[in-house]
Design a protein around this ligand. Structure first.
Ligand code: ZN
Ligand code: ZN
Length: 617
């Protein structure tokens, strides 16, 4: 007697689109001889399978156990429905309902299979800089709308050739429904300015000759040069007006990374991960790397190639500076025309391509401490994967702070953190911020009912929110820091939170930053803090660790003696002016900042008397 047939409807949510999930489901179902279908909609993937009960159960447990490498399953919901007598399995068209929140995959580094094809002279994509498949390639930076289908991406203008279309249509192919699928015949192309017949070889030559080249990548332009060339790195610093702030470098492989920095097992794993962040690593002494890459810094920010173009440009042994293609404090450049305009005078040549970048996304930065990964900047490779929240929230936009700003769009139990936006100090960054907010609300179909902003009365993001018209909730800076960490770790009970920070506007109008708050999500009590000292010159004090040292000495009752590095050979009238400023509180507010205490210690130890970038001292 045949065992009774069963039909089960499944909903899979998480990162399940554009990562080979449907062909994977197709393979599982057909090998288990199940009938039914699989498809994408705005919530994720929907499946119906029909067959013998044991086979259906086996299918579901396989689905939970193993999934395509680039996918991240958050939830599988199942219900049994009446059987329809289906015996064949198929992949059905996407449902474009204008509701629901499908997750969007971050951009993925080139997979090993595509890399092998890239370097295979017999492969039809040999040396093709835009090779990709369902396991790798651009995602977040080319997606304009969900569900994730080619017409909703910046691949729209490229019509697939017959060979590419055949792969795209074949459920057994690694490129089945790979939306950015392309080849040299039909896909995006690289060109260089000045023009060259072989742009890649010419770019390698230019960099080897000590030139600076603007390279269009995945989430924006980089400015590239040879990290071992002192004159090249020096010219880059001069043109960018960047005095000391470290540059990141890109190397072809782990072996090259190990030749310039100390790399342990966890760090090697992160360097090679699918996210491919910049990893901060202790630099080796006596390498060929110019000291100007990271002046006075014991660490080096290193990343491995994450696009095929990078793989073709950078050979084993090469070390290239790859710094964001922007003017100081402006957002990263993404358009070709914009690059000529804004990077003119920075670059000697340009490597461009004709696949548009829909949203900018800077490289991520991480470091490892005691085997634990700490994000310094969570952006490309991570955004826009959500942070799961420990409770439900109404649709809300958190507009973020000022320095290294990001925002968070939340609804239900998802907190969608934006990519790195930059320092919200100028109009260009505000425009980028607005675009990114609109992109997120479109992508995730979340219309915020209110906006949360920093308490600081002069932050651009706060002013923007005030002008928006929606209800605004003001949140104290360090309460926000602590609540964020609580959410990240799923904590729901009140905590004793330590927020050690540079600057945050306090409820008393002074500058906080060394705070112990007894806090929950609704509020906080300021339980302890560093003793307040004068912040002479307000924000300008950030660039003057010496002034902070003098301020700390003064409040500790220690005289300013000449043998103390921050006193040094300052002329008497300067010291007197500072004294008057502090005592009469002229252009001076009290601060409990931990960052400024670090600055003071650095100045007293004779390390830095001035700072050219945040946290340098
Ligand atoms: Zn691939
Ligand atoms: Zn093609």
């Amino acid at each position: 007697m045949p065992t009774p047939s069963l039909r089960r409807r499944l909903r899979v949510s998480g990162i399940v689109q554009g990562v080979g999930f449907r062909p994977y489901v197709y393979g599982l179902a057909t090998s288990a001889r199940l009938g039914g279908f699989v498809g994408n909609d705005t919530d994720g993937v929907f499946i119906e399978v029909e067959g013998e009960a044991a086979a259906v159960d086996g299918f579901v447990s396989d689905l939970e156990r193993s999934a395509p490498p680039a996918s991240r399953v958050q939830r599988i919901e199942a219900e049994d429905i009446p059987p329809l007598g289906a015996s064949s399995f198929r992949i059905v068209a996407s449902h474009h309902a204008r509701t629901g929140t499908a997750l969007v995959s971050p951009d993925l580094r080139t997979c090993d299979e595509c890399l092998a094809e890239l370097h295979d002279p017999d492969d039809r994509r040999h040396d093709y800089p835009f090779i990709n498949c369902t396991n790798c390639g651009p995602r977040f930076t080319i997606i304009e709308q969900t569900p994730y289908d080619r017409p909703e991406t910046t691949m729209r203008p490229f019509r697939m050739c017959e060979a590419c279309q055949a792969e795209y249509d074949d459920p057994a192919d690694r490129r089945f429904h790979a939306q950015p699928n392309a080849c040299a015949v039909c896909g995006p192309k690289v060109r260089s300015v000045p023009e060259a017949t072989d742009p890649i070889r010419q770019t390698r030559q230019r960099v080897a000759d000590g030139e600076i080249v603007a390279v269009k990548g995945l989430g924006g332009f980089h400015l590239a040069c040879d990290a071992t060339s002192e004159p090249a790195v020096s010219a880059l610093r001069e043109r960018k007006g960047r005095v000391d702030k470290p540059f990141a470098v890109m190397v072809a492989d782990l072996a090259t990374a190990r030749s310039i920095a100390e790399v342990d097992g966890d760090e090697a794993r992160l360097l090679s991960s699918k996210e491919r962040p910049i990893v901060l690593l202790p630099r080796r002494p006596n390498t060929d790397i110019s000291e100007l890459v990271a002046p006075g810094n014991g660490n080096l920010g290193i990343m491995l190639p994450y696009t095929p173009l990078h793989d073709l440009l950078i050979a084993p042994g090469d070390v290239w500076v790859m710094t964001s293609g922007n003017r100081a404090e402006e957002p990263i450049v993404i358009d070709n025309e914009e690059a000529f305009e804004r990077l003119e005078g920075f670059a000697d040549a340009f490597v461009l391509h004709d696949r548009d970048i829909h949203v900018p996304c800077d490289d991520s930065v991480v470091r490892v401490l005691d085997g634990v990964e700490y994000p310094v900047r969570r952006s490309r490779g991570y955004a826009p994967f959500p942070v799961p929240l420990p409770f439900e929230v109404p649709p809300i936009l958190a507009a973020g702070g000022e320095l290294k700003a990001t925002f968070c769009l939340a609804a239900g139990r998802d907190g969608f953190m934006s990519q790195h936006i930059g320092d919200m100090k100028n109009l260009e960054t505000l425009v980028t911020f607005e675009h990114a907010v609109n992109h997120f609300t479109d992508l995730f179909r979340i219309e915020p009912e209110m906006i949360a902003t920093d308490l600081h009365p002069r932050y651009l993001s706060a002013n923007w929110a005030e002008g928006d018209g929606r209800p605004v909730v003001k949140v104290q800076h360090h309460h926000a820091h602590i609540a964020s960490v609580m959410a990240e770790h799923g904590v729901v009970d009140p905590v004793i939170g330590f927020a050690f920070d540079g600057t945050g506007y306090g409820t008393d109008g002074t500058i906080w930053g060394g705070e112990v708050l007894v806090a929950d999500y609704d509020g906080f009590e300021r339980a302890a803090h560093l003793a307040p000292v004068a912040l002479p010159g307000g924000d300008a004090a950030v660039r003057h660790p010496d002034r902070m040292a003098l301020s700390h000495l003064r409040s500790a009752g220690i005289p300013w003696e000449r043998d103390l590095p921050p006193v040094g050979d300052k002329i008497e009238s300067v010291l007197e002016t500072l004294e008057v400023m502090m005592d009469r509180r002229i252009n001076t507010i009290p601060t409990t900042s931990m960052g400024r205490l670090f600055d003071a210690a650095s100045a007293l130890a004779g390390v830095r008397q001035t700072a050219t970038y945040e946290a340098q001292a």
